[in-house]
Design a protein around this ligand. Structure first.
Ligand code: FES
Length: 98
């Protein structure tokens, strides 16, 4: 069963998804979909409320950025990575592997 339809995701617009008790930030970039933990590792802000540029989401609260492909913290003030999750796209069906 899919978690969200590919056609419901907007380009570079984060979508907050709850699955298995976790909040996940899901972002479509081109034909790819990425999923990382929604909670910023710096101080608990929701990354799905941030802005996406290329393959990074920027936290709205203090400006830390995370690579959507890996969850790596790529700018301060965050120093800890967030978890990234495998995403399966099958036609219009998008499934996040938790
Ligand atoms: S809470 Fe995200 S950068 Fe501070």
């Amino acid at each position: 069963m899919s978690d969200i339809a590919f056609s419901d995701l907007q380009e570079s617009k984060p979508f907050r998804l709850e699955k298995s008790g976790k909040a996940i930030c899901v972002v479509k970039v081109g034909q790819e979909v990425f999923a990382i933990d929604d909670t910023c590792s710096h101080s608990d802000a929701s990354l799905s409320e941030g802005d996406v540029e290329k393959f990074a989401v920027e936290c709205w609260l203090h400006g830390a950025a995370f690579d959507l492909r890996t969850g790596e913290a790529v700018s301060m003030p965050a120093t800890e990575n967030v978890k990234s999750y495998p995403v399966h796209v099958d036609g219009d069906s998008v499934t996040i592997e938790i």
